[in-house]
Design a protein around this ligand. Structure first.
Ligand SMILES: Nc1ncnc2c1ncn2[C@@H]1O[C@H](COP(=O)(O)OP(=O)(O)OP(=O)(O)O)[C@@H](O)[C@H]1O
Ligand SMILES: [Mg+2]
Length: 277
Protein backbone atom coordinates (compact mmCIF):
# COMPACT_ATOMS: atom_id res chain seq x y z
CA UNK A 1 0.00 0.00 0.00
CA UNK A 2 1.43 3.35 -0.97
CA UNK A 3 -0.34 5.40 1.67
CA UNK A 4 1.88 6.72 4.38
CA UNK A 5 1.11 7.89 7.84
CA UNK A 6 2.18 11.44 8.37
CA UNK A 7 3.01 12.93 11.68
CA UNK A 8 1.48 16.03 13.16
CA UNK A 9 4.69 17.93 12.38
CA UNK A 10 4.33 17.15 8.67
CA UNK A 11 0.88 18.66 8.60
CA UNK A 12 1.62 22.04 10.10
CA UNK A 13 2.73 23.70 6.87
CA UNK A 14 1.10 23.97 3.46
CA UNK A 15 0.18 20.32 3.51
CA UNK A 16 -2.35 20.58 6.31
CA UNK A 17 -4.18 17.61 7.72
CA UNK A 18 -7.51 16.92 6.07
CA UNK A 19 -9.21 16.82 9.47
CA UNK A 20 -7.87 18.91 12.35
CA UNK A 21 -9.51 18.72 15.75
CA UNK A 22 -8.25 21.15 18.37
CA UNK A 23 -9.23 21.19 22.03
CA UNK A 24 -12.67 19.78 21.31
CA UNK A 25 -15.15 19.72 24.17
CA UNK A 26 -18.78 18.67 24.16
CA UNK A 27 -21.22 18.67 27.03
CA UNK A 28 -24.82 17.57 27.12
CA UNK A 29 -26.09 19.48 30.14
CA UNK A 30 -23.93 18.36 33.06
CA UNK A 31 -22.53 15.45 31.10
CA UNK A 32 -19.07 16.49 29.93
CA UNK A 33 -18.68 13.94 27.14
CA UNK A 34 -15.65 15.16 25.16
CA UNK A 35 -12.92 16.55 27.39
CA UNK A 36 -10.35 18.08 25.08
CA UNK A 37 -9.73 16.06 21.95
CA UNK A 38 -6.78 16.90 19.69
CA UNK A 39 -6.54 14.83 16.55
CA UNK A 40 -5.21 15.21 13.02
CA UNK A 41 -6.15 12.95 10.15
CA UNK A 42 -3.90 13.33 7.12
CA UNK A 43 -5.22 13.21 3.58
CA UNK A 44 -5.67 9.58 2.60
CA UNK A 45 -5.21 8.36 6.13
CA UNK A 46 -7.53 5.82 7.75
CA UNK A 47 -8.01 6.30 11.49
CA UNK A 48 -10.03 3.78 13.49
CA UNK A 49 -11.52 5.00 16.76
CA UNK A 50 -12.13 2.37 19.40
CA UNK A 51 -13.28 2.53 23.00
CA UNK A 52 -15.96 1.45 25.43
CA UNK A 53 -19.63 2.33 25.13
CA UNK A 54 -20.27 5.90 26.22
CA UNK A 55 -16.67 7.02 25.76
CA UNK A 56 -17.73 9.65 23.22
CA UNK A 57 -16.81 8.05 19.89
CA UNK A 58 -20.07 8.88 18.12
CA UNK A 59 -20.13 12.34 19.65
CA UNK A 60 -16.63 12.93 18.28
CA UNK A 61 -17.65 11.92 14.74
CA UNK A 62 -20.84 13.94 14.99
CA UNK A 63 -18.85 17.01 16.07
CA UNK A 64 -16.56 16.62 13.05
CA UNK A 65 -19.44 17.35 10.69
CA UNK A 66 -21.29 19.53 13.18
CA UNK A 67 -24.26 17.22 13.57
CA UNK A 68 -23.49 18.12 17.17
CA UNK A 69 -22.30 21.61 17.98
CA UNK A 70 -19.08 21.49 19.97
CA UNK A 71 -19.11 23.25 23.36
CA UNK A 72 -15.52 24.33 22.82
CA UNK A 73 -12.57 23.89 20.53
CA UNK A 74 -12.17 23.99 16.77
CA UNK A 75 -12.70 21.61 13.88
CA UNK A 76 -11.18 22.08 10.42
CA UNK A 77 -11.91 19.94 7.38
CA UNK A 78 -9.89 20.55 4.24
CA UNK A 79 -8.50 23.71 5.84
CA UNK A 80 -11.96 25.23 6.40
CA UNK A 81 -12.94 25.88 9.99
CA UNK A 82 -16.37 24.35 10.55
CA UNK A 83 -16.57 25.91 13.98
CA UNK A 84 -16.17 29.42 12.54
CA UNK A 85 -19.55 31.08 13.12
CA UNK A 86 -19.35 32.70 9.68
CA UNK A 87 -18.65 29.51 7.75
CA UNK A 88 -21.08 28.29 5.10
CA UNK A 89 -21.81 25.15 7.04
CA UNK A 90 -23.86 23.48 4.31
CA UNK A 91 -21.00 23.89 1.84
CA UNK A 92 -18.47 22.67 4.38
CA UNK A 93 -20.58 19.64 5.26
CA UNK A 94 -20.76 18.57 1.62
CA UNK A 95 -17.11 17.61 1.90
CA UNK A 96 -17.97 15.04 4.53
CA UNK A 97 -19.81 11.77 3.97
CA UNK A 98 -21.22 9.92 6.94
CA UNK A 99 -22.33 6.32 7.29
CA UNK A 100 -24.27 5.22 10.37
CA UNK A 101 -24.89 1.93 12.10
CA UNK A 102 -28.51 2.09 10.97
CA UNK A 103 -28.37 2.63 7.26
CA UNK A 104 -30.97 5.45 7.21
CA UNK A 105 -32.06 4.78 3.63
CA UNK A 106 -35.34 6.24 2.38
CA UNK A 107 -37.57 3.14 2.50
CA UNK A 108 -40.22 4.32 0.06
CA UNK A 109 -38.01 4.91 -3.00
CA UNK A 110 -35.66 2.78 -5.10
CA UNK A 111 -31.96 2.34 -4.50
CA UNK A 112 -31.22 4.65 -7.42
CA UNK A 113 -33.54 7.33 -6.05
CA UNK A 114 -31.82 7.05 -2.68
CA UNK A 115 -28.63 8.06 -4.46
CA UNK A 116 -30.05 10.65 -6.87
CA UNK A 117 -32.41 12.63 -4.59
CA UNK A 118 -29.68 14.07 -2.30
CA UNK A 119 -27.50 14.91 -5.29
CA UNK A 120 -30.35 16.79 -6.93
CA UNK A 121 -31.55 18.51 -3.78
CA UNK A 122 -28.21 19.40 -2.21
CA UNK A 123 -25.87 19.67 -5.18
CA UNK A 124 -28.42 20.78 -7.79
CA UNK A 125 -27.37 18.10 -10.26
CA UNK A 126 -29.77 17.39 -13.09
CA UNK A 127 -31.49 14.03 -13.37
CA UNK A 128 -29.15 12.54 -15.95
CA UNK A 129 -25.97 13.53 -14.18
CA UNK A 130 -27.26 12.33 -10.81
CA UNK A 131 -28.26 9.01 -12.36
CA UNK A 132 -24.84 8.58 -13.95
CA UNK A 133 -23.07 9.28 -10.66
CA UNK A 134 -25.45 6.88 -8.88
CA UNK A 135 -24.72 4.11 -11.39
CA UNK A 136 -20.99 4.61 -11.05
CA UNK A 137 -21.14 4.40 -7.25
CA UNK A 138 -23.47 1.40 -7.20
CA UNK A 139 -20.90 -0.34 -9.38
CA UNK A 140 -18.21 0.69 -6.94
CA UNK A 141 -19.99 -1.15 -4.10
CA UNK A 142 -20.95 -4.09 -6.31
CA UNK A 143 -24.67 -3.38 -6.44
CA UNK A 144 -25.36 -2.20 -10.00
CA UNK A 145 -27.86 -5.06 -10.32
CA UNK A 146 -29.96 -3.67 -7.43
CA UNK A 147 -30.49 -0.19 -8.88
CA UNK A 148 -34.27 -0.62 -9.12
CA UNK A 149 -34.78 -2.55 -5.89
CA UNK A 150 -36.30 -1.05 -2.76
CA UNK A 151 -34.27 -1.05 0.47
CA UNK A 152 -36.55 -3.63 2.12
CA UNK A 153 -35.70 -6.08 -0.66
CA UNK A 154 -32.00 -5.96 0.25
CA UNK A 155 -29.99 -7.64 2.96
CA UNK A 156 -28.52 -5.48 5.72
CA UNK A 157 -25.09 -5.73 4.13
CA UNK A 158 -26.47 -4.61 0.79
CA UNK A 159 -28.37 -1.75 2.43
CA UNK A 160 -25.21 -0.57 4.13
CA UNK A 161 -23.33 -0.71 0.81
CA UNK A 162 -26.11 1.43 -0.71
CA UNK A 163 -25.66 3.88 2.17
CA UNK A 164 -21.94 4.05 1.38
CA UNK A 165 -22.67 4.55 -2.34
CA UNK A 166 -25.12 7.31 -1.43
CA UNK A 167 -22.48 9.10 0.63
CA UNK A 168 -19.89 8.67 -2.15
CA UNK A 169 -22.31 10.08 -4.73
CA UNK A 170 -22.00 13.44 -3.01
CA UNK A 171 -18.26 13.49 -3.81
CA UNK A 172 -16.96 13.78 -0.25
CA UNK A 173 -13.32 14.42 0.59
CA UNK A 174 -13.70 12.70 3.93
CA UNK A 175 -15.79 9.72 5.04
CA UNK A 176 -16.92 9.15 8.62
CA UNK A 177 -18.19 5.72 9.59
CA UNK A 178 -19.95 5.11 12.91
CA UNK A 179 -19.96 1.37 13.62
CA UNK A 180 -21.02 0.58 10.06
CA UNK A 181 -21.16 -3.17 10.63
CA UNK A 182 -22.58 -3.37 14.17
CA UNK A 183 -26.18 -3.87 13.07
CA UNK A 184 -25.29 -6.64 10.62
CA UNK A 185 -25.50 -10.39 10.93
CA UNK A 186 -21.94 -11.71 11.17
CA UNK A 187 -21.96 -13.23 7.69
CA UNK A 188 -22.75 -9.82 6.16
CA UNK A 189 -19.97 -7.88 7.86
CA UNK A 190 -17.28 -8.92 5.38
CA UNK A 191 -18.93 -7.46 2.29
CA UNK A 192 -19.19 -4.02 3.93
CA UNK A 193 -15.63 -4.12 5.22
CA UNK A 194 -14.46 -5.10 1.71
CA UNK A 195 -16.03 -1.98 0.25
CA UNK A 196 -14.38 0.12 2.96
CA UNK A 197 -11.04 -1.58 2.33
CA UNK A 198 -11.25 -0.65 -1.37
CA UNK A 199 -12.11 2.95 -0.49
CA UNK A 200 -9.13 3.11 1.85
CA UNK A 201 -6.91 1.70 -0.90
CA UNK A 202 -8.14 4.42 -3.26
CA UNK A 203 -6.87 7.03 -0.82
CA UNK A 204 -10.09 8.18 0.83
CA UNK A 205 -9.57 9.97 4.14
CA UNK A 206 -11.55 7.97 6.68
CA UNK A 207 -12.46 8.07 10.37
CA UNK A 208 -14.02 4.78 11.38
CA UNK A 209 -15.56 3.96 14.75
CA UNK A 210 -15.49 0.18 14.89
CA UNK A 211 -15.18 -2.88 17.06
CA UNK A 212 -13.73 -4.87 14.15
CA UNK A 213 -10.19 -5.21 15.42
CA UNK A 214 -8.95 -7.31 12.51
CA UNK A 215 -10.19 -4.62 10.11
CA UNK A 216 -8.50 -1.94 12.22
CA UNK A 217 -5.24 -3.86 12.23
CA UNK A 218 -5.28 -4.49 8.53
CA UNK A 219 -6.70 -1.28 7.08
CA UNK A 220 -6.17 1.53 9.59
CA UNK A 221 -3.01 3.58 9.51
CA UNK A 222 -3.69 4.60 13.07
CA UNK A 223 -5.86 3.45 15.93
CA UNK A 224 -7.15 5.89 18.51
CA UNK A 225 -8.39 4.53 21.83
CA UNK A 226 -10.88 6.76 23.67
CA UNK A 227 -12.17 6.42 27.18
CA UNK A 228 -14.08 8.93 29.28
CA UNK A 229 -14.03 11.59 26.57
CA UNK A 230 -10.27 11.71 26.09
CA UNK A 231 -7.80 10.00 23.79
CA UNK A 232 -6.00 7.60 26.10
CA UNK A 233 -3.66 6.14 23.51
CA UNK A 234 -3.03 6.27 19.79
CA UNK A 235 -0.50 4.90 17.37
CA UNK A 236 0.05 2.60 14.41
CA UNK A 237 -2.83 0.12 14.26
CA UNK A 238 -0.74 -2.99 14.74
CA UNK A 239 0.99 -1.54 17.78
CA UNK A 240 -2.11 -0.28 19.58
CA UNK A 241 -4.07 -3.48 18.96
CA UNK A 242 -1.32 -5.96 19.78
CA UNK A 243 0.99 -4.04 22.13
CA UNK A 244 -1.00 -1.29 23.85
CA UNK A 245 0.97 0.72 26.35
CA UNK A 246 -1.93 1.82 28.57
CA UNK A 247 -3.71 -0.38 31.09
CA UNK A 248 -7.15 0.92 30.05
CA UNK A 249 -6.45 0.04 26.41
CA UNK A 250 -5.31 -3.44 27.40
CA UNK A 251 -8.44 -4.03 29.49
CA UNK A 252 -10.68 -2.86 26.66
CA UNK A 253 -8.94 -4.97 24.04
CA UNK A 254 -9.08 -8.05 26.27
CA UNK A 255 -12.82 -7.60 26.57
CA UNK A 256 -13.37 -6.97 22.85
CA UNK A 257 -11.06 -9.67 21.55
CA UNK A 258 -12.15 -12.32 24.03
CA UNK A 259 -15.43 -11.38 25.74
CA UNK A 260 -15.63 -14.77 27.51
CA UNK A 261 -12.35 -14.04 29.28
CA UNK A 262 -13.45 -10.68 30.61
CA UNK A 263 -13.61 -10.52 34.39
CA UNK A 264 -17.12 -10.51 35.78
CA UNK A 265 -18.16 -7.07 36.96
CA UNK A 266 -17.78 -6.77 40.69
CA UNK A 267 -15.35 -5.74 43.39
CA UNK A 268 -11.67 -5.80 42.56
CA UNK A 269 -9.41 -8.29 44.33
CA UNK A 270 -11.78 -11.18 43.75
CA UNK A 271 -11.35 -14.54 45.33
CA UNK A 272 -9.56 -16.19 42.45
CA UNK A 273 -10.02 -18.16 39.25
CA UNK A 274 -13.01 -20.18 40.47
CA UNK A 275 -15.20 -17.12 39.77
CA UNK A 276 -15.41 -18.08 36.07
CA UNK A 277 -17.81 -20.95 36.66
N1 LIG B 1 -27.83 13.90 21.93
C1 LIG B 1 -27.43 13.58 23.17
N2 LIG B 1 -28.02 14.13 24.25
C2 LIG B 1 -27.62 13.84 25.51
N3 LIG B 1 -26.60 13.02 25.78
C3 LIG B 1 -25.97 12.44 24.76
C4 LIG B 1 -26.35 12.68 23.40
N4 LIG B 1 -25.53 11.97 22.60
C5 LIG B 1 -24.69 11.31 23.41
N5 LIG B 1 -24.95 11.59 24.70
C6 LIG B 1 -24.20 11.06 25.85
O1 LIG B 1 -22.83 11.22 25.58
C7 LIG B 1 -22.08 10.13 26.06
C8 LIG B 1 -21.24 9.54 24.95
O2 LIG B 1 -22.10 9.02 23.97
P1 LIG B 1 -21.56 8.48 22.58
O3 LIG B 1 -22.77 8.06 21.83
O4 LIG B 1 -20.69 9.49 21.94
O5 LIG B 1 -20.71 7.24 23.04
P2 LIG B 1 -20.06 6.08 22.15
O6 LIG B 1 -18.64 5.99 22.53
O7 LIG B 1 -20.38 6.32 20.72
O8 LIG B 1 -20.83 4.80 22.71
P3 LIG B 1 -21.32 3.47 21.92
O9 LIG B 1 -20.11 2.59 21.78
O10 LIG B 1 -22.34 2.88 22.86
O11 LIG B 1 -21.90 3.88 20.61
C9 LIG B 1 -23.09 9.16 26.67
O12 LIG B 1 -23.12 9.37 28.06
C10 LIG B 1 -24.40 9.58 26.05
O13 LIG B 1 -25.46 9.30 26.88
MG1 LIG C 1 -21.49 5.29 19.32
Amino acid sequence: MSRTTRTAADTMGADRAEIEIRGLHKSFGDNHVLRGIDLDVARGEVVCVIGPSGSGKSTLLRCVNLLEEPSGGRVFVGGTELTDPDVDIDAARRRIGMVFQQFNLFPHVSVTANLTLPQRRVLGRDKAEAAAVARENLERVGLAAKADAYPAQLSGGQQQRVAIARALSMGPEVMLFDEPTSALDPELVGEVLSVMRVLAGEGMTMMVVTHEMSFAREVADRVVFMDGGVIVEQGPAEQVVTRPTQERTRDFLNRVLDPAAAPAPGPEDGEGPDATQ
